[in-house]
Every structure is written in C-alpha cells, then in structure tokens.
Design a binder for this molecule. Structure first.
Ligand code: HSE
Length: 440
C-alpha cells in the first residue's frame, strides 16, 4: 500500500459504493488540489466476486469478499460502510472504530437506532464517525447543522427527505392518478423499492428526522417518540381539493422548538401553500428548510438519493476524515450523541401541538349537517376558516372539506370522536395538518 496516501476501504459495492469508487479514482487529482489530501482506494468488500463496473478501473487486488481485510487491516485509515442494514453494519463499524479507524457511513437506520453507542465509541477511540450521506443524499445538511449553523438556535426545520414519497405525491398532484397506480409505475421504473414500506409509511423520513433533531437540538431521540404517518391514505381527491384551496400536499419531516421548551417531532402528509418553495420541490428531489434565530429562513435543495449525489456526500465525509487523519484529531461529535448525554429538550406529545387542519368529512346530504359539525368543533374551540362542499359520491352523500384556524391536536381528536357519533357522518374524516411557516 502507498504510505504517502490516506488509505480508504469500502464495505459494500452497490450503487453508492460504485459512485464513491468512481469519484475516488477519477477525481484523485482534483480532490488533492481542492482539499490537500491524497486519497487512495485500497480495498472494496463485495459479497460475491468476480465483479466489474463500467467506468471503474480498480487497482489490482482491490476487491475482496472478506470484511476483515478492511476493518482489521492496519494499513486502512478510513472505513466507508455502504452495506446498509443494521446488524452486520453495526458490528463491522464497531470493529473498525475499536481498531482506530475513522468511519464514514450513509446508514440512517443504523444511526437512528445505535447512534448514541457508536458515537460514544468513536469518542473513546478518538476517531471520526461522519454521516453526511445518511440524510438528504447529496445535500450537505448534516455539515450545515453541525458547523455552519452552530451559532444559531434552530427555531424549526421542515424536510422533504424521502424522494419516493415526493415523487408519488408530485405525480398525483400533476394528474388525477391514485396512489397505488403511481407506486406501481415508480417501482416499474426503479424509483421505488420492491418493498416500499419504509418509504411510504414515513419510517425512512422519521429515521432521517432523528438525525436532524440530534444535530439541531442536541437531543438523541428514538423512533417511538416521533409521530409518524405515511402517505398511503392520501387519495387523488385530497390532492385535488387541497389544490383548489391553494395548497400542495407534501410528506414533511418537521422539528419545531416550542415555547414550552419541547420539540415537536413529526412526519406526516402536510398541506403547504402552493406558492411556497417547498411546494414546488418536485419529483424525487429533496429539500430541507431550516429556520435559525440568527440566519432566518434557509432552504437546501438537491437530489436525496442516487449513485453520484449520494457518493458526493460520502466523498466529502472521506475528505473530512482524511483531514482528521492528517491532523491527528477527530471531527467533534455533537454532545447529544454521546451515551449518557442528557437531552436538552424533550419531544412534545403530538396531543399538545397546535396547528391548522384540513378535514374532509363524508356526510349525508341533509339540512343541518354542517351546523351540527360546526357546533361540535366550536365547543372544542376549533374555528372553521373555510368550507367547500363537493359531490363526488352520487346522490346521497357529499364531502365537506374544511380548513380550520389554529387548534389544539387534543381538542381536534376529541371533537372528531364526538362528530363520528353523528348519524349523518359516514366513516372517519381525512385529517391533514397544515404548515404555513414554509411559505417563503
Ligand atoms: N429511499 C430513500 C428515498 C432514499 O426514497 O428518498 C435513501 O434515503
């Protein structure tokens, strides 16, 4: 191995691993010029061999099936984990850290579950654990929160961080198609996973939100603490009515510091004003809006997945780790991640949030129904901002679509259970929260 280089080993040679190898090999001189570090790609672990990739000319003996040749190899300085999944990645990263290697990972599921333990271990062994590619792919949002906004109290953060959901919702917004049809088309075109559950149920976005909250609020939280709703119940009707009311539906990952010193942490479909920048983030693109007390509103936009955008973020982390190797220091780790570190803020209960709502009831088309619903809402201090009536169901029932002013979630739930006992109300309402603050 070339000792004048900082030596890199990659675990996993799938889509992102291939992109990383392309950049390391093809942009070797550019990276050296831009950052002053000389990176050499020495080992790639792939489950099965032989393997080749178009446009990648690997050094001799680079490929192996044995992870020990990377994590236990005294000549490797930086280990890049791109195998995904939790169990194997967890044990290999631990081994690499214990062997004194700096680690780069794109594994949000792993960090959302074991971040505290791994960052503690990295701190003990004085190595870096960098994870830019774990959230929003090519958008440098982790570094931004960790470094560029370190002097800001983050007031709120709104992310479109799941490209699959954003692609589906954008298609449904642009033409009258149902969720299941768009999902199938997305799978056929390779945009959505064969098993899209983690994406469409909001779990992928929730794992990313956990990482963003750790950096923004120095709070290590776990998945069960988040309120998570996916997009599977969003119908073509909801998209259409929201449009008529001047809104677009997006799956947002939201973190918001409240006056009560708790942080709202939620992922759900959200009505955003159609004039807002977030409403116009289309297709599989990601965007994260961060509002800080000093910087004010900011917006970061780009590709949240894919070979080269994700590889771009991984390589940036490798370069940071290489600087740590050169200088003999590790990248400082947010205190929130260190095991035993006390969270500075608690997660607010979803019952305590206050927001505006879109509600669609299906009701019998009789005189007095609107008044009965309005009375119950009024009794729970929920003020209606506007109502439209739609007749998509034939003669007997209609849809009543309402926008409310700001109301308490617990009052809304109580009002809805009371409204569901009314004979004229057919089934459960569609309830979608509205966010106006993204409207720049
Ligand atoms: N499955 C994710 C998405 C990409 O659809 O955005 C990887 O984080």
């Amino acid at each position: 191995m070339d000792k004048s280089c900082i030596n890199v080993g990659i675990l996993g040679w799938g889509t992102v691993g291939t992109g990383v190898s392309k950049i390391l090999l093809n942009q070797h001189a550019l990276i050296a010029k831009n950052s002053g570090v000389e990176l050499c790609l020495n080992k790639i672990v792939k489950r099965t061999l032989p393997a080749t990739r178009q446009g990648v000319d690997l050094p001799a003996d680079c490929l192996t099936t044995n992870p020990a040749e990377v994590v236990d190899n005294p000549d490797i300085d930086i280990v890049v984990e791109l195998i995904g999944g939790v169990t194997e990645a967890h044990s290999l990263i631990k081994r690499a850290i214990q062997n004194g290697k700096h680690v780069v990972t794109a594994n949000k599921a792993l960090l959302a579950e074991h971040g505290g333990e791994l960052f503690q271990l990295a701190s003990e062994h004085q190595v870096s654990l960098n994870f830019e590619a774990s959230t929003a792919g090519g958008i440098p949002i982790i570094k931004t929160l960790q470094e560029s906004f370190a002097g800001n109290q983050i007031h709120s953060l709104y992310g479109i961080v799941n490209g699959t959901c954003n692609y589906i919702l954008t298609e449904m917004h642009d033409r009258p198609v149902d969720f299941s049809d768009v999902l199938k088309a997305a799978q056929d075109m390779g945009y959505a996973e064969a098993d899209p559950t983690l994406d469409v149920e909001g779990i992928d976005a929730a794992q990313k939100l956990i990482l963003l909250i750790a950096l923004a609020y120095r709070s290590s939280i776990s998945l069960p603490q988040l309120h998570v709703e996916g997009i599977t119940n969003i119908t073509a009707q909801e998209i259409q009515y929201a449009r008529e009311l001047g809104y677009t539906i997006k799956l947002l990952a939201i973190a918001k510091l409240t006056d009560g010193n708790c942080v709202e942490a939620r992922v759900h479909p959200t009505l955003v004003p159609e004039r807002s920048l977030l409403a116009n983030v289309g297709g599989a693109f990601n965007a994260v809006c961060v509002i800080g007390d000093a910087v004010g509103p900011t917006l970061f936009y780009g590709q949240g997945a894919g070979e080269m955008p994700t590889a771009s973020a991984v390589v940036a982390d490798i370069i940071d780790a290489a600087k740590s190797v050169q200088q003999g220091v590790s990248t400082p780790i947010s205190q929130a991640w260190l095991a035993g570190g006390q969270a500075e803020v608690e997660v607010c209960s979803i019952e305590d949030i206050e927001t505006r709502y879109y509600i669609r009831f299906v009701v019998a088309d009789r005189p007095g129904v609107l008044a009965k619903i309005g009375t119950v809402l009024g009794n729970w201090q929920i003020s209606i901002a506007s109502v439209i009536q739609k007749d998509p169901h034939g003669m007997d029932t209609v849809s009543l679509v309402m926008l409310t002013h700001t109301a308490k979630e617990k009052n809304m739930k109580a009002a809805l259970s009371e409204i569901y006992t009314l004979e004229d109300v057919k089934g459960d309402a569609q309830l979608i929260r509205i966010e106006e603050e993204v409207a720049f």
